[in-house]
Ligand binder design. Structure first.
Ligand code: NAP
Length: 316
């Protein structure tokens, strides 16, 4: 592959949204020690990808310009670096790339062997590529932050299914158009977030929640508080300054009701667990839309728009 060029999509400054993405030809990267080179079959776009472009995490991320974004990929191994024993050329894999390296919106990408897992034939490339950030966030929110024991929006649609695999009673909120869809994922009760009851997060059966996985943004603690059980927790996956303040106050006052901010540090073991759940048909990746790499800006705009149902996939 040395010297070969590939099609990639990158941005070279903060801001610009979908119009800031540029189609370029760049050298195919090489797999170094403990890395595999993947021919990308599918990449999913997550809100963090365009949040980085906005400059919200400057100056830490992105690490440099120009920047090829996206971290969630499925692909075929076309080369392995020294020290890689778990993959060989021709294997199919799902990988989560570091936010410090990115690179998913391209024809080829290198991935760490420790963050790459085998993709069995029962799991399509798009189903696999949907899993890393959204699936791992839902899994961590439920198991580590909320303490649900499992024997199963992007994040929200995985969270509902995983929560049902943990034999919990699930009340979910979503837009009116998705009520049947979310019921079909297994939710016991579904609220339209634009109705007064939905905005108040009130369970139709009067239940108090032991855990709320907060996948939206901007809902104040005062809305959650009356709906929580005595030891109820809100796991906030997009904690802003006011959530961090609530987190500190609840901790310092030994409140039984807690807010738990979540920051995902992806790991290959959990990704493998999710891939296997999809293989066993216990978990599904719902695809909102598929876009060719040549139209990656459409996928980007769709994610920024905030009205996807499931995962937005880009395919070379
Ligand atoms: N901490 C982490 O590591 C981490 C990881 C992943 C994601 N996140 C964050 O989590 C958030 C969600 O990510 P995502 O990938 O799930 O986004 P997404 O797929 O783009 O979410 C879109 C969906 O959310 C629904 N929605 C919007 N507001 C809602 C509300 N108040 N109540 C219920 N549903 C609502 C929309 O429904 P309508 O179309 O009907 O409006 C749409 O179906 C983002 O802010 C993201 O940055 C954090």
């Amino acid at each position: 592959m040395a010297g070969k060029l590939m099609h990639a999509v990158q941005y070279d400054s903060y801001g610009g949204g979908a119009a800031g993405l540029k189609h370029v030809e760049v050298p195919v990267p090489s797999a170094n020690k403990d890395e595999v080179l993947l021919k990308v079959e599918a990449t999913s776009v997550n809100p963090v990808d365009w949040t980085m472009q906005k400059g919200v995490m400057r100056p830490i991320l992105p690490r440099r310009f120009p920047w090829i974004p996206c971290t969630d990929v499925a692909g075929e191994v076309v080369a392995v670096g020294p020290g890689v024993e778990n993959f060989k050329t021709g294997d199919k894999a799902v990988a989560v790339l570091s936010q410090f390296s990115g690179g998913g919106l391209a024809e080829f990408v290198v991935a760490e062997k420790s963050s790459s897992v085998a993709r069995p034939p029962e799991v399509s490339a798009a189903e696999g590529a949907g899993l890393p950030i959204a699936g791992l966030t839902a899994l961590k929110a439920l198991t580590e932050s909320a303490g649900v024991k499992l024997d199963g929006s992007g994040v929200g649609h995985y969270a509902v299914q995983l929560a049902k695999l943990g034999n919990t009673h699930v009340t979910a909120t979503c837009g009116a158009r998705n009520i049947e869809f979310v019921k079909n994922l297994g939710a016991d009760e579904v609220l339209d977030y634009k109705t007064p009851e939905g905005a108040a997060l009130k369970s139709p059966s009067g239940k108090k929640y032991d855990a709320v996985i907060h996948c939206a943004s901007g809902i104040p603690w005062s809305t959650f508080e009356p709906n929580l059980s005595e030891n109820g927790k809100v796991v906030d996956i997009t904690p802003g300054p006011s959530a961090m303040m609530t987190f500190a106050v609840k901790k310092l006052t030994f409140s039984k009701k807690q807010l738990v901010p979540l920051l995902l540090i992806p790991n290959g073991e959990n990704l493998n667990y999710l891939v296997n759940l999809v293989k066993e048909r216990k978990l599904k990746t719902v695809i909102d839309s598929k876009h060719p790499l040549s139209k990656a800006e459409d996928a980007w705009a769709k994610s920024i728009d905030g009205h996807a149902t499931g995962k937005i996939i880009v395919e070379p």
